[in-house]
Design a protein around this ligand. Structure first.
Ligand code: AHG
Ligand code: MN
Ligand code: MN
Length: 357
């Protein structure tokens, strides 16, 4: 029988249940997912299956990312630009195809939206099975870093569909506020490969052990430090930022915060999750609404960071997870990370945005 373990605090963050595993023995991602399923009421195994599919795709993408440079898979793809106007790399296309393929094979979701596709992709049901979930992803985040051997990632989000499960999924199933995510996570193809995910009961990380080909629990119940000593922003755009953002950055420098900016959001967020800090992508002249995508990047990473005790807002001071999207490839501004640092930025925006320019 499914047991219910749900305690939600005033900030909307659920406290994690007692860890489903104990001792020092190796716990694989698959085992952890299956054991955690018991925490959900009415669990049908669909969500478990989806997370497993993503884990398989991540291993395949990891294998290819690791070979980049040896085989002809680096560089710009023949397809040119994607919907967002970014150059598509060969590995963007490869990672996108693998994720779609893995999710199609098991037929556990009814539709997919990807940063690399203009529109939603329907997944035909297997037999008479009704599928209740849709999946969104950024198949390869930071892909312009591939050619120079710098870490890249995959980001994903899973929502329960709103439409009738006996009919095809609709765009409205995807245009839900981030607070409706039932699971979110990322894979970082770094010095080691790590998969970090949440189903709304805390955050856990699994490092890929290449010798056995399994993601193994390595970071249990991750908590973001209340404060940090670094800020992360593309400071090259400083003169294009609004006054309040420039004042905040000046203050970071005055306080001797270090600047760390990798240029792949997954890598920057992973560092912040472990060491504390703040990541900023405000509006610039080129991207007045911000550059990062709400559905594929900001929402899943905001869920992870909030679940770990952090905060995420846009530069209008609205919680990212409360923004209701109106288009699939919507961009947004973001400030995300240690709660004390996000609060400090909020105070700067409140103080300086009222000043005449
Ligand atoms: P993607 O490769 O999926 O298009 O994402 C790149 C994003 C993000 O990962 C990173 O933080 C940001 O773009 C970097 O942008 P700038 O080069 O403008 O700083
Ligand atoms: Mn990205
Ligand atoms: Mn991408």
């Amino acid at each position: 029988m499914a047991t219910s373990v749900k305690k939600t605090s005033s900030n909307g963050i659920s406290s994690p249940p007692a860890s489903p595993v104990s001792g020092n023995r190796i716990v694989t991602l698959d085992e952890f997912i299956i054991r955690s399923e018991k925490d959900f009421d009415f669990a049908t195994g669909e969500l478990t299956g989806l997370l497993r599919d993503i884990g398989v795709a991540a291993k395949i993408i990891n294998r290819e990312v690791n070979k980049a440079g040896l085989v002809n898979i680096i560089g710009v793809a023949d397809s040119g630009e994607n919907q967002s106007g970014d150059m598509q790399q060969k590995l963007d296309v490869y990672a996108n195809d693998k994720l779609i393929e893995c999710l199609k094979n098991s037929g556990e979701c009814c539709a997919i939206a990807s940063e690399e596709n203009d529109d939603i992709i329907h997944i035909p049901p297997i037999g008479t099975k009704k599928n209740h979930y849709v999946v969104m992803f950024d198949p390869l985040d930071g892909s312009s870093n591939i050619d120079v051997n710098v870490s890249v990632g995959t980001i994903f989000a899973i929502y329960r569909r709103k439409s009738d499960p006996s009919a095809p999924a609709t765009k409205e199933d995807f245009l839900q506020a981030g607070v409706k995510q039932v699971a979110a996570g990322y894979v970082l193809y770094g010095t080691s490969t790590i998969l970090v995910y949440t189903t709304g009961r805390g955050v856990n990380g699994f490092t890929l052990d290449p010798s056995i080909g399994e993601f193994c629990l390595s970071h249990r119940n991750m908590r973001i430090p209340e404060n940090g000593a670094t800020y992360s922003v593309n400071q090259g755009y400083y003169s294009k930022f609004d006054l309040e953002m420039r004042r905040y950055i000046d203050n970071c420098s005055d306080q001797n915060y270090g600047l760390r900016y990798i240029g792949s959001m997954v890598s920057d967020i992973h560092r912040i999750l472990i060491q504390g800090g703040i990541f900023l992508y405000p509006s610039t002249r080129k991207y007045p609404k911000g550059k990062l995508r709400l559905l594929y990047e900001c929402n899943p990473l905001s869920m992870i960071v909030e679940q770990a005790g952090g905060k995420a807002m846009n530069t209008q001071l609205k919680r990212i997870l409360d923004v209701v999207p109106n288009e699939l490839h919507q961009r947004c501004t973001i400030a995300i990370g240690s709660p004390a640092m996000v609060d400090e930025l909020k105070a700067f925006i409140e103080r300086y945005s009222a000043l005449p320019l």
